[in-house]
Every structure is written in C-alpha cells, then in structure tokens.
Design a protein around this ligand. Sequence first.
Ligand SMILES: [Zn+2]
Length: 207
Amino acid sequence: MSEFKGPAPTGASEIETLIHLLSRLPGLGPRSARRAALHLIKRRDSLMLPLTEALAIAAERIKPCATCNTLDTIDPCAICRDAERDTRAICVVEQVGDLWAIERTGAFKGRYHVLGGTLSALDGVGPDDLAIASLLSRVRAGGVDEVILALNATVDGQTTAHYLADRLADATVAVTRLAHGVPVGGELDYLDDGTLSAALAARRNVG
Ligand SMILES: [Zn+2]
C-alpha cells in the first residue's frame, strides 16, 4: 500500500481503489490520499455522498465553451453570455485556473480565451494543439479592440505570447501583456534577479 503510481492492483479492496484514485489528484500523495479517504468514509453523509453527486454532475455536464474554451455547464459559457461584459477586450490565459484567478480580482470585465496550455518544443506542443485558431478567428471577426496576453511569466508562457503577438500583428487590435515587476507588498531585497530586472526595465514616470 505504499506505491500508488500505476493502475489500481487487481483484486484491491474498494478502500484501496479509493485511495489509489485520490492519490492521482494533484497535490495528493499516497499519505494524504489515505487521510482524505478516511476523512470521506467518516463523513459519508455530509461529504462523501454530496461529493459523489457533484462529481457525477460535473462529469456529465461540464464541457468547454465553443467560443472561449473555458469550462461551464452551458455553451456559450456564463461569461460569453453576460451582456454586461465588454466584448471589445479579450484576455488570453493558459488555463481555466488562470481565468478564475483573474475573475477573483474583479479587475477585468471583458471576455476571455483559454488556450489550454502553452507552446512547448520540449513537450511537443504546437499551435494546433492549443485554441489558437479559434482565438485568431474571434479577433478577425471584428468588434475587438484589445487582446490582453495574460500568460505565465515562464519561458513557454512568454514564447507563446510572442507567437500570438506575431500572429495578431496584422489585425487592427492593440495587443498588450501583463506588467512584470515588484509584487504588491514585495520587498526588493527578497525578489529574484529576473523579477527585479524586469521591474527596472518596465519602470514608469511617477504621478
Ligand atoms: Zn465562453
């Protein structure tokens, strides 16, 4: 019971199968999967059964939005349907989790486009593996003034941002990216060299 990496061993008990499946969730190793399984078993009515129901509903109903590729139970998704949102700005993110992070800030009221990852020569991810063609056709359809490239400040994220900026160069839209710099509440002495030099390069006039 110490190794859960492979498929569930045949003949494993139901509890072992449960632990095995939980251990495949991100952030849960075998030890925390055992704790989670016991926690679920102890809270059968208040947690395990509602979770089972929520998982069944999610598995059946959640699918990518045909327009922006985010996940929702309706298509177009709630964000694409929201008439209060600014249709002229599209914020491009790598993953749905990034969209959720921006939504939590409440700072952006436009629409999104979820790429589903980043270009990566190492992992063999090319433009056709991501929702890039659908982004380009959304922009070319018109009615968009700005495309915000909210990609991670990683090598692959920035490679993808450059690729998209190139592909969008002939479209009549402003292509912007998130600022790189000193985090709110950050102390200079604790920043890594890359963050500090990016912040210095992106300095602005005061006032
Ligand atoms: Zn959508």
